[in-house]
Design a protein around this ligand. Sequence first.
Ligand code: ADP
Ligand code: MG
Ligand code: ZN
Length: 472
Amino acid sequence: MDYITTIGLEIHCELKTATKIFCSCPNVFGGEPNTHCCPICSGFPGVLPVLNKKAVEYTVRAGLALGCKINEYSKWDRKNYFYPDLPKAWQTSQYDLPLCGAGRVDYRLNGETRSVRINRIHLEEDAGKLVHEGGVTKVDYNRCGVPLMEIVTEPDLHSAEEVVAFLEELKSRLKYTGVSDVKMQEGSLRCDVNLSVAPEGRLGTRTETKNLNSFRAVARSVEFEAARQKKILSGGGKVVQETRRWDDGAGEGYSMRSKENAHDYRYFPEPDLMPVIMTAADVERIRADVPMLKNERVAKYTGQYGLPEYDAGILTSDREIADLFDGAVELGAAPKKASNYIMSEVLRKGKTEGSEDVTVGISSRQLYEILSLVDNGTVSLAATREVLENIWLSDKSPAAAVEELGLKQNNDSGAIEAVLKEIIAANPKVVADYKAGNAKVTAFFVGQVMKATKGKANPKIINELLPKLIGD
Ligand code: ADP
Ligand code: MG
Ligand code: ZN
């Protein structure tokens, strides 16, 4: 029998507001355990939450970027469960009336546009972290109360390939809106996979897999779980509705607990918080903060700047990269040169092995300056690699780095001419080749001069001198 795999995602995304959702503790990643906490976020009895307006605005902004309807009236609920990472023993969340309702996200796969319906987006507080160490489990409440947005999709996905392509689109949009860092490795983007298998036209019993911290892990777990369920069904068995965990090292999922139902959480309205009212005017004000998303930038780069589709795709794959590019062009860099430099050098340095996250370690101004230094002959393109290493993640000026590292290009044509003359005299055979019209040997001369000058001679000058010195 032919089985169809059906997948719906629940995506948690930490918002990068300055402070937590219900208190004024800083919202920062990491830190010494239990140092970003107060009586409110560590769940002391009798304290009162104060809603962070920015968290609400960010969620609405994300909702707009995902095509969601923004609900005028939404409210808060308590989701009760007892676990050491949740000191209050309930999570303040939104149950029946979330901030954002239905939406739709179109994404591209294999040259086709496909779409996923968004069911809802609600806002809630993140829980703390359990640290298992040397046989004991410790609790770190720093993450308690970090604003967390949950995006729930309809079960519109059918393969690992589709899931990853959709998540890439989603991640890009969230990053562009500026509401989150969306780093899977740091946990600011987390994804739970609900998956079922059934003959076409029916929905089977689903399992939910948690603990997926890279797109690769998501893809592998989808394949694993679909195969597992198909095997059960074709053997005449029944899939058990349960929550599972993914062990990326072992490359397999395992059962964690039987799936809880909404009534297990005994949801009830949060008495300590007012409902949220979003007027049409509020929504319009927030809509103005939604920046140009990926598709619009691709159109600008290919249209206005004449860049190839491929380049525009890479430059816009991440908002930070697109901003780096836009900023340098605004300062006066030639778009094609800035684009080439980002694609070859900046991304070579900024991409981390085995991760979809990118670090952009230079500013637009630094990029613009590097390109100017190459343009005016101060430094060779090859030597900027060392400059990049030197200024990465600092605000140091490229010119200062060139000076400090002694990378200044030699533009003294008299000195270069002297070196070139010696090389010409020592290599009569190559000179004969050159005269015979073999243009390829030019590279030999440039290479020899570079070797003699430790890479500092300006290749442009060598190329100009060569025909003059060899002549006919
Ligand atoms: P719960 O509240 O129990 O988590 P939801 O209705 O919120 O259930 O659904 C959670 C996720 O599971 C959604 O992303 C939804 O698309 C997905 N889902 C629901 N039913 C199925 C199914 N039969 N197969 C795959 N995914 C499903
Ligand atoms: Mg749910
Ligand atoms: Zn606090």
